[in-house]
Design a protein around this ligand. Structure first.
Ligand SMILES: C[S@@+](CC[C@H](N)C(=O)[O-])C[C@H]1O[C@@H](n2cnc3c(N)ncnc32)[C@H](O)[C@@H]1O
Length: 203
């Protein structure tokens, strides 16, 4: 499927053919991060799941294993990355879209995202969290795994590209989740990686 728009990811950053090899080398805790996301996702009964920044489909694949009957939807600005994901998670509806734009129509029981939201600047992240909260079903959960600015500068170990990788602190992002009316908790941290959870109230 050709899209006509060349994304930042396509131009400069991610080669779908070598992505997994590259990310495993640059993020040694990559597999653990995906497992923590899938575990947090498994605590919610989910019929509908949205993945933000699907890439080659690794996050959605891990989460879908815990929710085999759920309707899966994923968005990414790179159609080339999604072409790989279409083979990895064939049941998913995968769409070319930017995280800064309107999200697909919900509601979703689960919204997940790994290693993608740090490409947004701080106001864009806060705005995204508000749009996620608006798309979550009552009792729904947002699981966000990403590179963050760590407390200890020595823990900033993930290679970053200036201008494209824009991590923020985990505590700031938890506050933006709260500002978006979600109940926010820090589930896991490892050096400059974190998994944050934002739960929408049931009533
Ligand atoms: C590092 S990959 C992560 C993919 C997958 N979640 C994983 O953990 O392997 C980041 C993905 O985010 C996408 N991305 C980056 N900025 C984006 C944006 N503003 N809107 C939509 N997708 C974006 C890239 O195209 C890329 O596929």
């Amino acid at each position: 499927m050709s899209h006509g728009v060349v994304s930042m990811a396509d131009q400069f950053h991610f080669d779908p053919g070598t992505y997994l090899e590259m990310v495993r080398a640059e993020v040694p805790d990559y597999e653990q991060l995906q497992e923590v996301v899938a575990e947090a996702a498994s605590e919610i009964r989910a019929d509908t799941i949205l993945d933000l920044g699907t890439g080659t489909g690794e996050t959605l694949r891990h989460v879908a294993r815990r929710h085999p009957t759920a309707r899966l939807l994923g968005i990414d600005e790179s159609d080339r990355m999604l072409d790989v994901a279409r083979k990895v998670v064939p049941a998913a509806d995968l769409r070319v879209a930017r995280l800064q734009d309107e999200l697909p129509e919900g509601p979703f029981d689960l919204v997940v995202s790994a290693l993608a939201v740090h490409h947004l600047d701080a106001p864009e992240k806060a705005a995204l969290f508000r749009r996620v909260a608006a798309r979550l079903a009552p009792g729904g959960r947002f699981v966000l795994a990403d590179v963050v600015v760590p407390d200890d500068p020595n823990d900033a170990v993930t290679p970053l590209d200036a201008g494209y990788d824009l991590p923020d602190r985990a505590d700031e992002q938890l506050q933006w989740m709260r500002d978006a009316t979600l109940t926010a908790t820090l589930r896991w941290t490892q050096r400059d990686l974190a998994v944050l959870i934002g739960d929408r109230k049931r009533y």
